[in-house]
Design a protein. Structure first.
Lengths: 406, 476
C-alpha cells in the first residue's frame, strides 16, 4: 500500500485526506483475539405467520391490436405511507446551558419512516458515530492498533485523536480495567479516567463497562453521580444487572441508558418495560446485538429492521433509537485473516468488512454506530452525509457506463 | 410485522387450504408427500412447485393448474437469463422484507468486459469470473454473469467479442449497448444464449423490443431517475409483446445516493405492497457507475466506493448488479452479504453433526462439544482454531439450535450428548475421558457424566475464552 500511495503521488494524484492515507497504515494485520460479543444467536421465528400473495389477477389487460407505435404513458405514483408510531428522540451529552460541560449535545431518533425512506419524509437527525477508546491494553486487532499505537496508553489522547483526526461524533470510554479478573480498578479510578477524557474532548461520551454485571453497576453508579447532568450514554444495562438500581442512578443523575439484549425482540421489550418503571422513554436507547458480516449479520439486520418497523407501526416498547456495536464486524475472520493472494490486500478487505456491516445496519435503522476503524468511520459518515444532503441525482450521465473506456 | 397493505383487492394471505382446493385431492403420493394437504402446505411455503404434482399436469386439470400458477405468481416476476445449468433466475420475490417470508433468487453479480479488451485480458477476466469461488458455511459463493459492453462503437468488433465470450464460457451474458445495430450484432453472435439485453430507453425502445422478440431474450428497461418514464416504457413493451423485463432506474453514486435508494425502494414497495404490476419486475443496479465519477481518485478508492454501493443495493432490493472492480477483497464482503441476506429466516442454519478435528489432535488432545447451529459451530470452531490448539469437536444434532435455546427447548440433552460421544467413536481416539462442555450447558453436566461415563469439565460461557481456559484448566 505504501508503494501504491507513493506511485500515486508520483503521478501527481492528490487524494488526501483519503482512505488510502488511513489504509496505508495497515501493514501487518494479525489477529490477536477478538471477543465476539454475541454469545448465542437465536433465530427469531415468526409464529403462525403465513405468506402473503397476490390473488389471481382477474383483470386482464385488453389485448391490443398490433404493436404500439408510440410510447404509452404511465404515471408512477410514489408509494408514500404514514405510520402511527414515531421513534423517540434521545439527547446525548449536555452543554453548559443544559447542565453539563460538553461543546454540543446530539439528538438521535425521531424517525417517522423506515430508514432513509426520504421519498416519504426527510431525515430529522442523521445517525452518528462513536469511536472506541480503551482504558488499558486489551487484545486489539493490529488493524486498529496501527492507527492508535501512539495513544494506546492514554485514553485522553486517544479520545482526542478519535475526535480531531478520525471525525468521531462521540467517544466511547471502555472501562475494561475495572474487571475483577483483570486489574480490578476501583470506581474512583474509573472516574479519574473519565475525567481525563472529559478534559481532552468536548463531545458527548458513552461509558462502557467491563461486562461484569455487579462491578459495572458499581462503576456506573459512581460515574453517574460524579458526572451528574452530563447525559452520558451508560453502556449498558442488561437483564442480569440490578436493573432497578441502575435505572435509578441513570435517572437521578440525568444520563441515558443503553438497554442491551441478545438478539431477541421479546427480551428487548421486557427489559425496556422494566426500565420504564424508572426512566422516561427519552432516556433509553436500545442495542439488539450486532453480529458480523458472515457471522450472523442476517439475524442482526432482520431483528433491527423488524424492531424499527414495529416501532413505526405503534409498538412503543420498540420505538427507541438503536445502537450497534459495529466493531463486532472484526470478529469475522475474513476481516483480519491473511488469505490467499486473490483475496488480498486485507488492509482493504478488513475495513470494508466493517463498512459493509455498518451500511447494512444503517439501512435497517441504526442511529448510533460504535466503531473501530478510521476508514470505515470516514466512509459511513460520508454516506450518511450524502443521504441527508437532499441533493438530486443527475440522470443524464448514467448510461455512459455502457461505453466507459476502461 | 409488516407495513399495512393497501390498494388493490387481490392481495391477501394464502393458506394451504386455498391451494388444496385446487389440487386433485387423490392423495396419490406421486409428489413424494403423504397426501395432498401436505403437498399444499409445502407449496405455500415455496418448498415445492405445483409442477411436481403429476396429476395436475394432465389435460383435464389444466384450469386448476393455471389458477394455481396465477395464485402463486410472485409480485416481482421471475426472469430467467441464460441457458442450461448456469442460467440465472432474477427476481421472483414474494415479499419486500425478508422477515415476511424469505427472499428467493440471490442478487446475480455480473462482471464487465469490453469489446476493446485485448483477447488475453478478455479471456483471463472470463476465467477469473468463472473460477471465483469461496467456501462459506457449507456454501460455495460464486459470481453469476458476464456483462459485455460495446465501447468501440463498431458492430463487427462487438460481434467478435461476444462470439469469443460464448466460445469460452456458458455463464449468462448481459449485452450492453444502447445502439440497436450494435445489439443485433451481439445477438447474432449468441442467438440462442438468452442473453439479457441492455437496454431499451425512451429513444430506442421499438428496435430493442423487436430484437428481444426475435431472439427471445429478456430486456432491461432503462430510465435513469425517471420512474414514470420507466413505467411508461414497461407498459409499452408489454403491449409490444415483450414479457421478460428487468428495470434499471439508474445507479448514482455519491450525491445521487439518495435518489438511488429511493428509486429502488419505491419500485419494490409499489410492486410488493401496492400490487403495481407495471413495476413488478427484477431490478438492476450498476455499482460500476462509481467509475463515471472517478475524478482523480486512485483505483482502490473507486473499487471501495463501488463495493459499498453494491452492498447497499444488495440490501435494498437489487436483483442483478454489474460490477467493474473484480478484486477478491472488494467482492468477498458482497458475496457473503448476499448469502446472509438470502438465507431463509424461517429455518435455523445447521451444519452436519458428527466429529470434527481441529489442527492435528492426538490421544491427549481436549474434546469439546457444541451444537449444529451453524453460527454456534463456526464461532466455536474458529475460536478453537485461533487458539492454535489441536482438539476434537463433537457437533451434537440440536436441530440447528444454539446451546442455551437447545438446553431450554430440550433439543440439547444429556442423551443426545452421550449418543454423539458414542457415534463419534471418540473413545478409540483419546486416552482420557474428559469432555469440555459449553458453559451454557452446565445445567446438564451431571446427567452427561451419568449417561456417558465421561468426566465433565464446564467450559467458558463464551467460546472466545476457550484459549485462556485451555491454558488455565486443561490437563489430559
Amino acid at each position: 500500500m505504501a508503494d501504491k500511495k507513493k506511485n500515486n503521488e508520483d503521478r501527481g494524484i492528490n487524494f488526501s485526506p483519503d482512505l488510502l492515507d488511513l489504509l496505508a497504515k495497515f501493514q501487518e494485520i494479525e489477529l490477536e483475539d477478538f471477543e465476539l460479543e454475541v454469545g448465542t444467536l437465536e433465530l427469531w421465528l415468526q409464529s403462525g405467520a403465513l405468506p402473503r400473495h397476490l390473488m389471481p389477477q382477474l383483470k386482464v389487460a385488453p389485448a391490443l391490436k398490433g404493436k404500439p407505435k408510440e410510447l404509452m404513458k404511465a404515471q408512477f405514483v410514489p408509494p408514500v405511507e404514514t405510520y402511527p408510531g414515531k421513534i423517540v428522540e434521545v439527547k446525548l451529552g449536555a452543554t453548559k446551558g443544559e447542565g453539563g460541560t460538553r461543546g454540543r449535545s446530539i439528538v438521535i431518533g425521531g424517525e417517522t419512516s423506515p430508514a432513509f425512506y426520504t421519498f416519504e419524509r426527510p431525515i430529522l437527525h442523521p445517525p452518528v458515530v462513536t469511536l472506541d477508546v480503551f482504558d488499558m491494553k486489551i487484545p486489539l486487532s493490529k488493524a486498529v492498533k496501527m492507527h492508535v499505537k501512539e495513544v494506546i496508553d492514554d485514553p485522553a489522547a486517544w479520545a482526542k485523536l478519535a475526535v480531531e483526526k478520525f471525525g468521531a461524533d462521540m467517544v466511547t470510554v471502555h472501562l475494561i480495567s475495572v474487571d475483577p479478573l483483570l486489574k480490578d480498578a476501583t470506581p474512583k479510578d474509573a472516574v479519574k479516567t473519565v475525567e481525563e477524557v472529559m478534559q481532552a474532548v468536548d463531545v458527548p461520551l458513552v461509558i462502557g463497562g467491563c461486562g461484569d454485571p455487579v462491578k459495572d453497576a458499581d462503576v456506573f453508579a459512581e460515574i453517574a453521580e460524579v458526572f451528574a447532568g452530563e447525559r452520558f450514554l451508560i453502556n449498558s444495562i442488561t437483564q442480569d444487572m440490578d436493573v432497578e438500581r441502575c435505572a435509578k442512578f441513570v435517572k437521578n443523575n440525568g444520563h441515558v441508558a443503553l438497554s442491551f439484549t441478545p438478539m431477541d425482540l421479546n427480551l428487548q421489550r421486557e427489559l425496556n418495560r422494566r426500565l420504564y418503571d424508572f426512566l422516561g422513554k427519552e432516556d433509553i436507547i436500545m442495542d439488539l446485538t450486532t453480529a458480523a458480516l458472515g457471522y450472523g449479520l442476517d439475524y442482526a439486520f432482520t431483528n433491527m429492521e423488524r424492531a424499527r418497523l414495529a416501532g413505526l407501526m405503534g409498538d412503543v416498547e420498540l420505538a427507541h433509537p438503536m445502537s450497534s456495536g459495529t466493531t463486532n464486524a472484526w470478529a469475522a475472520r475474513e476481516a483480519w485473516l491473511k488469505m490467499s493472494s486473490e483475496w488480498e490486500p486485507r488492509e482493504l478487505r478488513g475495513p470494508l468488512w466493517e463498512v459493509t456491516t455498518a451500511l447494512t445496519l444503517l439501512l435497517a435503522g441504526v442511529d448510533l454506530f460504535m466503531m473501530m476503524h478510521p476508514a470505515a468511520v470516514k466512509t459511513l459518515k460520508e454516506v450518511i452525509g450524502q443521504l441527508v444532503s437532499g441533493k438530486k441525482a443527475d440522470g443524464s450521465k448514467f448510461v455512459d457506463w455502457v461505453s466507459l473506456k476502461s | 410485522m409488516s407495513e399495512k397493505r393497501k390498494g388493490k383487492a387481490g392481495i391477501k394471505e394464502l393458506s394451504p387450504i386455498d391451494v388444496y382446493k385446487l389440487l386433485p385431492k387423490t392423495n396419490c403420493k406421486e409428489c413424494g408427500e403423504d397426501n395432498c394437504m401436505a403437498f399444499a402446505t409445502k407449496i405455500v411455503n415455496r418448498e415445492v412447485s405445483v409442477d411436481q404434482c403429476p396429476p395436475l399436469l394432465k389435460k383435464e386439470n389444466e384450469k386448476a393448474y393455471n389458477q394455481l400458477k396465477e395464485m402463486l405468481k410472485p409480485p416481482v416476476k421471475e426472469v430467467v437469463v441464460g441457458e442450461g445449468e448456469k442460467a440465472v433466475k432474477l427476481g421472483g420475490k414474494l415479499v419486500m422484507y425478508r422477515h415476511e417470508f424469505t427472499y428467493f433468487n440471490p442478487t446475480a453479480i455480473a462482471i464487465d468486459v469490453t469489446d476493446e479488451m485485448p483477447e488475453e485480458e478478455l479471456l483471463s477476466r472470463i476465467k477469473q469470473t468463472e473460477q471465483f469461488s469461496y467456501e462459506y458455511i457449507g456454501y460455495t459463493l460464486k459470481l453469476d454473469m458476464i456483462a459485455v459492453r460495446s465501447t468501440s462503437g463498431e458492430p463487427e468488433k462487438f460481434k467478435a467479442t461476444v462470439k469469443k465470450v460464448v466460445e469460452n464460457t456458458n455463464i449468462p451474458l448481459i449485452l450492453c449497448t444502447l445502439n440497436p445495430n450494435m445489439a443485433e450484432a451481439g445477438l447474432m453472435a449468441a442467438p440462442k444464449a438468452r442473453a439479457l439485453l441492455y437496454a431499451a430507453t425512451m429513444d430506442n425502445w421499438k428496435d430493442m423490443a423487436e430484437l428481444a422478440l426475435m431472439y427471445n431474450c429478456p430486456l432491461v428497461v432503462s430510465a435513469p431517475n425517471d420512474l414514470s418514464m420507466l413505467a411508461s416504457l414497461v407498459k409499452t413493451l408489454i403491449a409490444y409483446g415483450v414479457q421478460d423485463l428487468v428495470l434499471d432506474p439508474g445507479t448514482f453514486p455519491n450525491e445521487g445516493l439518495t435518489d438511488t435508494l429511493n428509486n429502488f425502494t419505491m419500485l419494490r414497495r409499489a410492486a410488493c405492497k401496492a400490487g403495481e404490476e407495471l413495476v413488478g419486475f427484477p431490478l438492476m443496479g450498476v455499482p460500476m457507475a462509481a467509475w463515471l465519477d472517478k475524478g482523480e481518485a486512485a483505483d482502490e478508492v473507486v473499487k471501495w466506493r463501488e463495493a459499498y454501493l453494491a452492498a447497499m443495493l444488495i440490501v435494498r432490493f437489487a436483483d442483478v448488479l454489474v460490477m467493474h472492480g473484480a478484486d477478491g477483497w472488494s467482492l468477498l464482503p458482497n458475496v457473503v452479504l448476499r448469502q446472509n441476506i438470502y438465507t431463509d429466516p424461517r429455518k435455523p442454519v445447521a451444519v452436519e453433526p458428527g466429529l470434527k478435528t481441529i489442527g492435528a489432535p492426538d490421544e491427549n488432545s481436549p474434546v469439546f462439544f457444541t451444537t449444529n447451529f451453524a453460527l454456534t459451530y463456526y464461532t466455536v470452531a474458529s475460536d478453537i482454531e485461533n487458539s492454535k490448539i489441536n482438539a476434537y469437536l463433537i457437533v451434537v444434532d440440536t436441530e440447528g439450535m444454539s446451546v442455551d435455546s437447545g438446553v431450554a427447548g430440550r433439543k440439547l440433552t444429556a442423551e443426545k450428548v452421550a449418543d454423539a460421544i458414542k457415534d463419534a467413536d471418540i473413545e478409540s481416539k483419546v486416552k482420557h475421558r474428559k469432555m469440555i462442555i459449553p458453559g451454557k450447558a452446565s445445567r446438564i453436566s451431571g446427567e452427561i457424566e451419568e449417561l456417558s461415563g465421561w468426566k465433565v469439565q464446564v467450559g467458558p460461557r463464551d467460546s472466545s475464552e476457550i484459549p485462556k481456559y485451555i491454558i488455565d484448566k486443561w490437563q489430559s
